[in-house]
Design a protein around this ligand. Structure first.
Ligand SMILES: *Cc1c(COP(=O)(O)O)cnc(C)c1O
Length: 408
């Protein structure tokens, strides 16, 4: 049942079958639930619980016979605004917000699998996702197989036995490998698997996995959705049946709830997300083209470059945008790469991404250090690889910064 704040005056979110709103319009309007005060901006309901006018109302509310809010671990009006807004942008039936991207990732699988189940995943993954699938799930009797590349025959072989869930990250962090979402979804559905896509690197602006056959989309809202380095958050989007029957019972009782304050920050962040991501993508494209021509650089991995091994697939899946992250492999050693990082004057050394500030990371010694050297090597992560997350500064200042740091 839809929960409404006191004095709520609904405004139509879809204006009729003849007028389907664009995602940019949803970004500033969807989910808005005004109180009787008629405030312009979304209200922050910074409270854990709610009161009832009578014992009977509490009784009826817990029986879910009223639209009354109960407790912020279950739901909260500000969190609901964020969830409804993101669901409208993504074109999903429902959304559940969580306290971090990793709590969303863990919940997406933990609510589905049981002892004896099997999970298939793409091999190039964010390191904490790799740890959940290869270290934690096996402790509870869930087996896994990791698959490289886009060869349908290789995926068909991996998906020839009963599989509960398929987890893919595309583009991957940090080396921007692309997985064919439609091809994997079709094969996965033949064995009854639920397909979960980690869509963090593409963001809701560039890629809509649900339109390509995926069942669930996962976000670290810490990245482009906040995009200003302030809050940790996550989100899962999918069908009403997945969310209501599988996910909600799991998250309501295990408690990875998002804070209402962080949800309020994110509701406001969504209003500028399209503008921010579009600017970051055009900056990243210019920088990737510049870097590719530099003699000290061995290779540049960016989905918007023709040199990317899956350039055509990336352009098809990602709405013609390469994203905001660039993988750079240097010719020099780790010491030379560190010297380059230390010379940067505008770009910060940091392990976040999707931020308004451009950030550079040395994955093998930081974000991906938890993975064994052979696993890192398998993902193409060497001590000479850097990940550049391109922000909102002027692209010529960023190019100038990279140029002066590259000059020995
Ligand atoms: C950051 C990230 C996550 C984890 O999100 P947190 O909000 O840090 O918990 C998962 N997947 C990818 C691809 C990421 O970049």
């Amino acid at each position: 049942m839809e929960k409404k704040p006191w004095g709520y005056q609904p405004r139509p979110e879809t204006l009729g079958p003849d007028w389907e709103l664009h995602p940019q319009t949803h970004s500033v309007r969807a989910g808005l639930a005004r109180t009787g005060f008629g405030e312009t901006s979304e209200a922050l309901f910074l409270n854990s619980g709610f009161t009832y006018s009578s014992a009977q109302e509490a009784f009826d509310s817990f029986a879910e016979e009223t639209d009354h809010y109960l407790y912020s671990r279950f739901h909260n009006p500000t969190i609901a605004m964020f969830e409804k807004r993101l669901a409208a942008i993504e074109g999903a039936e429902m959304c559940v917000a969580t306290g971090s991207g990793m709590s969303a990732m863990f919940a997406s699988l933990a609510c589905l699998v049981e002892q004896g189940d099997h999970v298939v995943a793409s091999a190039a993954m964010f390191s904490s996702c790799h740890v959940v699938i290869t270290e934690f799930l096996p402790k509870w009797g869930v087996s896994f197989e990791l698959v490289k590349g886009n060869d349908p025959a290789v995926w068909a072989k991996a998906l020839s036995k009963p599989t509960k869930a398929v987890f893919i990250e595309t583009p991957s962090n940090p080396l921007l490998e692309i997985v064919d979402i439609a091809m994997v979804s079709e094969l996965a559905h033949k064995v009854g698997a639920t397909v979960i896509v980690d869509n963090v690197m593409a963001s809701p602006v560039l890629q809509k996995p649900l339109t390509m056959g995926a069942d669930v989309v996962m976000y670290s809202a810490t990245k482009h959705i906040d995009g200003q380095g302030r809050v940790l958050a996550g989100a899962l989007l999918g069908s009403a049946s997945y969310i209501q029957d599988k996910l909600l019972p799991f998250v309501r009782h295990t408690g990875p709830a998002l804070s209402a304050f962080n949800a309020w920050v994110l509701v406001k962040s969504l209003e500028t997300m399209h503008m921010r991501v579009e600017s970051m993508v055009s900056n990243a494209q210019a920088i990737a083209e510049f870097l590719e021509k530099q003699p000290g650089i061995k290779s540049v991995r960016y989905p918007g470059l023709k040199s990317h091994p899956n350039y055509e697939l990336a352009m098809k899946q990602m709405n013609k945008g390469g994203g905001s992250t660039i993988g750079i492999e240097f010719k020099g050693s780790q010491d030379e790469v560190f010297a380059f990082m230390n010379k940067l004057r505008v770009i910060d050394i940091s392990n976040n991404l999707g931020d308004s500030k451009s950030l550079i990371t040395h994955p093998s010694s930081t974000t991906h250090r938890r993975l064994a050297p052979e696993v890192q090597a398998d993902m193409g992560i060497t001590p000479s690889v850097l990940r550049l997350s391109v922000g909102l500064e002027h692209s010529s200042d960023l190019i100038k910064d990279l140029q002066q740091a590259l000059a020995k």
